[in-house]
Design a protein around this ligand. Structure first.
Ligand code: GDP
Length: 453
């Protein structure tokens, strides 16, 4: 933390501008040595924020005409003195400026080191830091909005609230252990029960939303399945055409597994390649293939495409029965029907009359997907949506400890036992925001950032 760090904040290559970032106690000196502002009077004012045009030199050699953004401690991203050098976008110039900063005493930053300093200097908690990565990697508007909300501290506030409740309850128990008088005990036990229940209500609410949050962040693993010629490719192509931003290459998944990604109603559908099912004439037979099994098993959403004017095959019925909960039946080619659809086949399933050809059914598909993700009519405000797996599993551990505490209260356990449960809950809720966190975890989190962030 004593070092002054420097990094390119933009990706290398020829571009309009490059930005270098410098942070730390020596950054001011380095800039003074290399940068000659055009407006010296203004530069000397040392305002908290300023943008200054001037010349950047290394020794006597002029390297570029640059814009230097100055953000002085504590009013900067890292909380330290930060300078951002905007230079022209040639790799050579940017490299020379980078080398000059290093020669004058800066150290090349590790991935995520700026954000790690921001965390260590109390500029943001871990929920916000992880939201920075999510914002950078978000692929839909919904995901970006969620990350932005987390970044601005909405979710942190709710977690801190829960932590505060647990902390107070813990303090209350500790006091009870110190003064175990019998007549106070009964009253206090009631009070304690109320406190623990209140914390449980909060953690349950957050956990309920986390399912939605995770889908918004990560998308839904989706399989389009059906016998040949029902219109699977037509459906896929139509979905891809509709989408404003088509995304491929999803981090965290093997590339050959995901065929395409489409955003339907703001939800990312990650389409898993199931050639085995698509091309099969006899699905049940092909289901023996492990890969196919896995695809259906792992899928979070199955779009079973069937043809409206043909009865369901035993294979289609099979999928419908086994995976009822995650299936949406796309009853395609309704334009070929002379009469209304016969409903009996799809009795309990979610199904949508569809015609890719006539562009019917897409809106309903969007509605059905959204209904699933947002869990029906449960109103979920976005500042209560946990989406990060690490944070969710810490909250689950916290919730478990709270439930354990609740059971201990009901069964009249002594206070020092309750204290253990509460301490555990406190530890886990503190892991979420980073109030109580190990160095190795921090390293793991921040190493996922890019250099210069
Ligand atoms: P896949 O084998 O399941 O991928 O099916 P395709 O997408 O290749 O479609 C097979 C045939 O059905 C093509 O000739 C499509 O033009 C046609 N098709 C797809 N959707 C519709 C539809 O809604 N109505 C009609 N009448 N034909 C369709």
């Amino acid at each position: 933390m004593d070092d002054t760090i420097v990094a390119m904040a933009t990706a290398m290559g020829e571009t309009s501008i490059h930005i270098l970032r410098l942070s730390g106690s020596k950054s001011g000196n380095i800039i003074e040595e290399c940068f000659e502002p055009r407006n010296m009077k203004r530069w000397s004012l040392r305002e908290n924020f300023s943008l200054n045009l001037g010349i950047f030199r290394d020794e006597e050699k002029v390297l570029d005409e640059v814009l230097v953004g100055r953000m002085l401690s504590p009013s900067s991203y890292t909380g330290e003195d930060v300078y951002e050098i905007n230079c022209h976008g040639g790799t050579y110039v940017a490299q020379r400026i980078l080398q000059a900063c290093i020669r004058h005493g800066a150290k090349l930053a590790e991935p995520g080191e700026f954000s790690k300093r921001a965390f260590l200097n109390g500029k943001m908690d871990l929920v916000q830091a992880e939201a920075v990565i999510d914002l950078i990697s978000s692929r839909t508007e919904t995901a970006a909005n969620l990350a932005l909300n987390q970044l601005s501290g909405g979710l942190s506030k709710r977690i801190l609230n829960l932590r505060e409740k647990i902390l107070e309850t813990f303090a209350f128990i500790e006091a009870g252990i110190d003064f175990p008088e019998d007549d106070v005990e009964t009253l206090d036990r009631e009070n304690l029960r109320a406190r623990v229940n209140e914390a449980l209500v909060d953690s349950n609410h957050l956990l309920a939303g986390s399912k939605t949050g995770k889908i918004i962040r990560d998308g839904l693993l989706t399989v389009i399945v059906g016998r040949p010629n029902v219109g699977k490719s037509s459906l896929l192509n139509a979905l891809l055409r509709e989408e404003r931003a088509i995304v491929t290459d999803i981090p965290g998944t093997t590339r050959d597994e995901i065929r395409e990604s489409v955003s339907v109603g703001g939800i990312l559908l990650k389409l898993v390649d199931t050639a085995g099912i698509c091309e099969s004439n006899d699905l049940v037979e092909r289901l023996g293939i492990e890969r196919t099994w896995n695809a259906l098993l792992k899928a979070e959403l199955i779009l079973l495409v069937v043809q409206a004017n043909l009865p369901l095959t035993k294979d289609e019925l099979y999928i419908l029965n086994v995976y009822a909960e995650k299936v949406i039946v796309v009853v395609n080619k309704i334009d070929l029907l002379e009469n209304e659809i016969i409903l009996s086949d799809y009795n309990n399933a979610h199904w949508i009359p569809f015609s890719v050809l006539q562009h019917k059914g897409f809106e309903e598909l969007e509605v059905q997907i959204k209904t699933r993700v947002y869990q029906g009519d449960v109103v979920l405000t976005s500042d209560s949506l946990l989406s990060n797996v690490r944070q969710i599993s810490a909250l689950e551990r916290c919730d478990r400890a709270l439930r354990q505490a609740s059971e201990s209260i009901e069964s009249g356990m002594p206070w020092d036992i309750l204290s253990i449960d509460l301490r555990e809950a406190l530890h886990h809720v503190s892991e979420i925001t980073g109030h109580d966190v190990q160095e190795s975890l921090l390293e793991d989190i921040f190493s996922r950032f890019c250099i210069g962030k």
